[in-house]
Design a protein around this ligand. Structure first.
Ligand SMILES: Cc1cc2nc3c(=O)[nH]c(=O)nc-3n(C[C@H](O)[C@H](O)[C@H](O)COP(=O)(O)OP(=O)(O)OC[C@H]3O[C@@H](n4cnc5c(N)ncnc54)[C@H](O)[C@@H]3O)c2cc1C
Length: 254
């Protein structure tokens, strides 16, 4: 089986994330960039399939700036076989529409049975990209899975909704997104780190992919965070419940 894992290089959540005041984009040059935690779990799922069946091929793909290669190399050191890095200055600040169209172009001819993504990331976190990808590629999407079982015919899994637990299935080829309920990623070992240097990484430009789209949206303004005001304090001297109801009603909270 050929599995593509969509990994995303994101600013380390332990660092302060900064928006560039000129471009209103996340400053991706400052601080450490790491593999988004949920995409690491997505990779772990793919590698666990490979552990059971050595014929499985795991490809990691990312669209991101030059330093995203570190995320790819880390994924290769964990056990992925090869990487695809979509790298192009024209894609800096790409919106969701452009990102999805470009990644779809990068994945279209790979012949993957399964594409695994995270259900959201710590920076973009719209969680819309996999759905757009499924539309572009004409593939079924099983989103926000909390479990996944692969068989020769297809994939099945569970997801939680307000109505309860849903059991969902799809035949290959398919796209799934996984949540933080999946297992944590393994650490690369010494052999893996050495081997990663020899594994192939294909770098693709926007022109090579012929994605032919452009960002439809731009961030025009960022408003400063409003100053915090002191909260209201209700002291219960017998009227506390009434005062609380009045307070919440005035703010349309009940
Ligand atoms: C400050 C800021 C402003 C933005 N403004 C706009 C805007 O105006 N208009 C607009 O359309 N979008 C905007 N975006 C959104 C941004 O373009 C999207 O976050 C991005 O395209 C990822 O989509 P997502 O949020 O749906 O996916 P996420 O929730 O970030 O990720 C879901 C999954 O998709 C996969 N994935 C996502 N991105 C990549 C990638 N680059 N490479 C590989 N896999 C990936 C991963 O598997 C990930 O787990 C903005 C983002 C930021 C941080």
């Amino acid at each position: 089986m050929k599995i593509v894992v969509l990994i995303k290089a994101v600013p380390d959540t332990a660092d302060e994330r900064i928006l560039d005041p000129q471009t209103y984009r996340v400053d991706r040059e400052e601080g450490d960039q790491i593999i988004d935690e949920i995409t690491e779990r997505a990779l772990e799922l793919a590698l666990s399939v490979k552990d059971r069946d050595k014929t499985t091929e795991v490809i990691v793909a990312t669209m991101g700036p030059a330093h995203a290669i570190k995320a790819i190399r880390k994924a290769l050191s964990m056990g992925a076989d090869s990487g695809i890095h979509v790298l192009d200055d024209s894609l800096i600040g790409a919106d969701l529409v452009l990102t999805a169209a470009t990644l779809a172009a990068a994945l279209r001819d790979l012949g993957a049975e399964l594409i695994i993504a995270g259900n959201e990331s710590t920076d973009g976190r719209a969680g819309m990209l996999p759905a757009m990808l499924s539309e572009h590629l004409g593939l079924p999407l099983l989103g926000s899975l909390t479990t996944a079982e692969m068989s020769a015919q297809g994939i099945s899994g569970q997801r939680q909704s307000e109505a309860g637990t849903q059991e969902v299935t799809a035949t290959y080829p398919a796209i799934i997104t996984v949540t933080e309920r999946f297992a944590e990623a393994r650490f690369p070992n010494f052999k893996g780190i050495l081997g990663a240097k020899r594994k192939p990484v294909a770098t693709k430009s926007a022109a090579e992919l012929g994605a032919g789209a452009q960002s439809l949206t731009t961030v025009a303004q960022i408003l400063p965070r409003p100053a915090r005001s002191a909260g209201a304090k209700i002291i219960d001297d017998g009227q506390g419940a009434d005062e609380l109801i009045t307070f919440l009603t005035a703010r349309h909270l009940i």
